[in-house]
Design a protein around this ligand. Sequence first.
Ligand code: ADP
Ligand code: MG
Length: 238
Amino acid sequence: MGQITLQQVTKSFGETQVIPPLDLTIEDGEFAVFVGPSGCGKSTLLRLIAGLEDTTSGQIVIDGQDATEVPPAKRGLAMVFQSYALYPHMSVRKNIAFPMKMAGVDQAEQDRRIEQAAAALNLTDYLERRPGQLSGGQRQRVAIGRAIVREPAAFLFDEPLSNLDAALRVGMRMEISELHKKLATTMIYVTHDQVEAMTMADKIVVLRAGHIEQVGSPLELYRAPRNKFVAGFIGSPT
Ligand code: ADP
Ligand code: MG
């Protein structure tokens, strides 16, 4: 399960409304990409879905249940941060185990999920290392592993590859797409990179100043961008 619906969601910081009333549904198992220029509200939307920010008004519904008042840890979603959020003094195994330890998962179950995540992410031989002894791509995989072991209804990625170099980014992009195929879990992926959006998404949500300009598959947006802003972002010839 992992259907996420936003109904007339708004967000203001003080007097400034950064998200005007917004409606959006992300289907169970979908790979949705939020794109748009810096400052358009991508991170804010993700943080609202994760529960890291409170909505000013409107509802967030996860699998048919109003999640608006549900605290982040109880929403069943996992936010994947950039790899620098790893604990440098802990082994890869302990980094991956950390959220399960917090949730009180028993040791045998922890070990089972760690083995599974490590296998899915090609980290089996690196479990006893520390983050400092890994490449940038491996560190990013550990950050993803820490999300996988929570067995979330959806993964939320906020520009997870933006501090990797270009070559590594291409590889990680493919790995995340592979992972989506393997797990068949809903993923929401924030980026300002149109190539990432076009190659990874089932559904692209184009944002501008907190509102949705257009929603559609990469092909739909490419073939029929609603306006110049969307066309410019998607790289369509219009
Ligand atoms: P993006 O991730 O697309 O770059 P953000 O969601 O980070 O955009 O920001 C959207 C807008 O909300 C920006 O104008 C930003 O300055 C503002 N904003 C974000 N977080 C806060 C905050 N905690 N307090 C005040 N303004 C914020
Ligand atoms: Mg952001």
